[in-house]
Write a protein that binds this ligand. Structure first.
Ligand SMILES: Nc1ncnc2c1ncn2[C@@H]1O[C@H](COP(=O)(O)OP(=O)(O)OP(=O)(O)O)[C@@H](O)[C@H]1O
Ligand SMILES: [Mg+2]
Length: 302
């Protein structure tokens, strides 16, 4: 679990951030940045570097290791601090709030600027580096793949996809991105998995979800991690979130992913609300109606 660095921000000084960004720059070349290189990367004097290293080490923002040489590397906390400070300076965040969710590969917090927003720090590469490397082809072309690169790429991807889909598809409005962090609209409501829909709502919500999946497809994307955990429901409808792994519809496995997404959704409704899902409804037939952009309602399958 990565510690929340928001509380540290007021006590950090501009030079501490020079040091952190110096370490970040050095990490483009190697995971452990040599002490001797830091004055140049950080644009600080030797003495200043020592003083700032001490402060950042004490706060758990960087880590030190001495094997062949004295080296320093950013902790996720240090990377969070850099991203958070940049977003604050861009006026995207003015207040920091409580956690909204700790996912497998992210930490999400409530933040505020002119309205309630959500800040998602991507943590890909932190939990299980190997698996991420194998599954996510957007890192495949880099020889030295650090967790920092993996997490930043995931954030860039998610932000880019939200920008393409919003507002045609019901996704959180994207507000800003820096490094591995994205700021988006805070969704109201509750995860589909954590709610028990009223009888008369079931088919309506099911249809809404399928039509959003269709709309995303028409706009060029398959979510590829669709489940009751990545959908919010409220009185106004549904919102689909958590998009970093989405694939474009011209991806060779796009229809395969769509089929899996639909199996998850249909399977969930069938398990939780068996009396409402027509027996005749086959998720594979849904794939056809979605790819042909002819999906209308679940009941048309009866
Ligand atoms: N925009 C938002 N508004 C409110 N809550 C949010 C928002 N985005 C995410 N959350 C909360 O944070 C949790 C984790 O977010 P998300 O699913 O995007 O991350 P994740 O790490 O990819 O999750 P997982 O890997 O477990 O699917 C969500 O389940 C949700 O409860
Ligand atoms: Mg999720």
């Amino acid at each position: 679990m990565v510690r929340n660095v928001a509380g540290l921000l007021p006590e950090l000084e501009a030079e501490d951030f020079y040091l952190l960004s110096g370490v970040e720059q050095g990490m483009r070349f190697s995971e452990w940045v040599q002490r001797e290189k830091l004055p140049k990367f950080a644009s600080l004097s030797e003495e200043e570097v020592d003083y700032r290293l001490e402060r950042c080490l004490k706060r758990g923002l960087i880590e030190k290791k001495t094997i062949q040489y004295e080296g320093y590397t950013l902790q996720f906390e240090g990377y969070d601090a850099l991203a958070l400070r940049a977003l604050v300076e861009q006026d995207m965040i003015s207040e920091f709030g409580s956690p909204l969710g700790v996912g497998k590969e992210s930490d999400v917090y409530e933040v505020r600027s002119y309205k309630p927003l959500a800040l998602k720090y991507h943590r890909e590469g932190y939990t299980n580096f190997r698996e991420v490397h194998k599954e996510r082809d957007y890192t495949a072309d880099k020889k030295h793949v650090s967790w920092m690169y993996t997490a930043r790429k995931a954030a860039e991807r998610e932000f880019g996809i939200l920008e393409e889909l919003y507002p045609d598809v019901a996704v959180p409005q994207p507000i800003g991105q820096n490094r591995h962090a994205i700021v988006m609209e805070k969704m109201d409501g509750v995860e589909l998995s954590r709610t028990r829909l009223e009888d008369e709502q079931v088919l309506g919500v099911f249809d809404l979800l399928l039509s959003e999946i269709t709309c995303a497809y028409t706009n060029g994307y398959v979510h590829a991690d669709m489940s009751e955990y990545n959908v919010f429901v409220n009185e106004e409808g549904v919102t689909i979130f958590d998009w970093p792994q989405a694939v474009p519809t011209d991806h060779e496995n796009a229809d395969e992913f769509l089929r899996r997404d639909l199996r998850n959704v249909v399977g969930y409704f069938r398990r939780k609300y068996p009396q409402y899902v027509p027996d005749e409804l086959e998720s594979d037939e849904l794939v056809e109606s979605i790819t042909a952009d002819s999906f209308e309602t679940v009941t048309e399958f009866v």
